[in-house]
Design a protein around this ligand. Structure first.
Ligand SMILES: Cc1ncc(COP(=O)(O)O)c(C=O)c1O
Length: 474
């Protein structure tokens, strides 16, 4: 564990950070996302100590410096590393995660993980296809990269961006959402017990039931809206509670704060599949989660042309390191091109999701007035049973909904086939609006009623989408 002061001295050629701190002309910068500063230094005591620079100088401050990310635990410490000191850190650590103090998600989506390439200075990063990286004469790695299964510049950049958007300490990128999910499950031990929502994404249940069960992982499923049922399902072996909110495809809303309280009491980890909400609308770490999972395939990459997933960790602890080993050694990693495409898509993600969410609200209101629609499942409707909880933990209600069509499965298929702009296809989160009959995709394990269609609202004009639904319902 390197110490932060020697590290800064080493990187800055001995300049003391406190001298830089007083230069008011320089922007205040935060260096964040990774770990702890000083085991015995609470942020308060560090701030108190900062007033006495002598004391600080003689202190040994410990921090992890992980994958070129130096982390300060409190944004108020941003003044500590500023101005030229920051610039030198950044130049030395090409992939250092940087945030302007109080940087907003739209700005982070564009800047974090990106910086002009040395040499060419291109603003849009290059795609690093090389699987191997040149070593120095002494065998060290001047660029920090050895081989592209453990890491690659495009993936490192993407992981920093994802960690920053979720306000986590670090992220690991995988070749799909399911690869991310199964890597977390693999970090548990045979005999450990997982509790998941009974309407969890069907692929997550398939992983647990058909594959992880064979190496001894136990799983049970509860209605996560029923905290009593969750408490009753706990066993001494429960190590992980897996939530997904809003859920796919029934849009059940889980009270993450309440589940986090149960998880903490039981000593279990809380993971949240945040694919549908995205970090624009919901930040599970703020609600008590320890790990956030995404199918990056969906909103984060956003154009239906990338298959990828991620796990974001609140802390870079032993669990993070274990899952990182599984990522490095298991090798279920996205290619440099997929990382590059995702970083490109991420730049517009907050604007896309905001527009999709606004359109979805209007469409849900329209559909809830249609006599041929039996039910609309959308947490933005005040009639939705999870509306109040969703409003307390989400800033808006997302671009996904499901509807139940009067007349059963045949009528549902007829409606899907009658759409002109909505494409009858699986997946979600892209620019194109999609509609899908879920029960026929999910097969025997489905919880979707036979007359249920799932809608992913795209980026077309909402008036055109409503007109498309109206003509199919006529
Ligand atoms: C909520 C949710 N979680 C996980 C996944 C799995 O992601 P992937 O298809 O990228 O493996 C999906 C895919 O539809 C999903 O909707």
């Amino acid at each position: 564990m390197p110490c932060i002061l020697p590290l800064i001295h080493q990187l800055t050629g001995g300049e003391h950070p406190y001298r830089q701190r007083r230069d008011a002309a320089l922007p205040r910068l935060t260096v964040r996302a990774g770990t702890t500063l000083g085991a015995r230094d609470s942020p308060e005591s560090v701030l108190a100590d900062r007033r006495d620079s002598r004391r600080i100088e003689s202190e040994t401050w410990q921090c992890h410096v992980s994958d070129y990310v130096v982390v300060l635990p409190d944004p108020r410490l941003s003044a500590f590393i500023c101005g030229p000191v920051f610039a030198k850190l950044r130049d030395k650590h090409r992939t250092l995660l940087v945030g302007l103090t109080a940087m907003k998600i739209e700005t982070k989506a564009i800047h974090v993980g990106r910086k002009p390439e040395p040499g060419s200075h291109d603003v849009t990063p290059a795609i690093h296809l090389s699987t191997t990286f040149q070593k120095a004469a002494d065998g060290s790695l001047p660029g920090g990269y050895l081989y592209s299964r453990p890491n690659n510049p495009n993936r490192a950049a993407l992981e920093q961006a994802l960690a920053s958007l979720e306000e986590g300490a670090a992220a690991l990128a995988f070749s799909s959402g399911n690869a991310a999910t199964s890597s977390l499950f693999q970090a548990l031990l045979p005999g450990d017990h997982v509790i998941a929502g009974d309407d969890v994404f069907y692929g997550t249940a398939v992983l647990l039931n058909n594959h992880l069960s064979k190496w001894g992982l136990k799983a049970s499923y509860v209605d996560m809206r029923d905290i009593g049922a969750l408490e009753r399902a706990l066993t001494p072996a429960t190590k992980l509670i897996w939530t997904e909110t809003p859920s796919n495809p029934l849009l059940h809303v889980t009270d993450l704060r309440a589940v986090a309280t149960v998880a903490k009491k039981a000593g279990a980890l809380l993971a949240c599949d945040n694919t549908w909400a995205t970090p624009l609308l919901q930040l599970p770490f703020k609600l008590g989660a320890d790990v956030v999972m995404h199918s990056v395939t969906k909103y984060l990459s956003g154009h239906s042309d990338v298959l990828s997933g991620t796990l974001v960790f609140k802390e870079t602890n032993a669990l993070f390191e274990k899952v990182r080993d599984i990522q490095h050694e298991g090798g279920a990693v996205p290619s440099p091109f997929e990382c590059w495409l995702t970083l490109r898509g991420l730049q517009t993600f907050p604007y896309r999701v905001r527009a999709q969410s606004q359109s979805a609200q209007q469409i849900a209101e329209f559909l809830s007035k249609q006599p041929k629609i039996e039910a609309v499942h959308y947490p933005g409707l005040p009639s939705h049973p999870g509306h109040k909880i969703a409003a307390s933990q989400m800033s808006s209600f997302g671009g996904m909904m499901s509807i139940q069509v009067q007349g059963g499965q045949a009528e549902a298929f007829k409606l899907a086939a009658g759409m002109k702009l909505f494409t009858h296809a699986t997946s979600l989160g892209g620019a194109h609006s999609l509609i899908e009959h879920r029960a026929s995709v999910e097969g025997a394990v489905t919880h979707a009623p036979p007359n249920l269609l799932r809608l992913s609202i795209g980026l077309e004009h909402v008036d055109d989408l409503i007109e498309d639904l109206a003509q199919a319902l006529r």
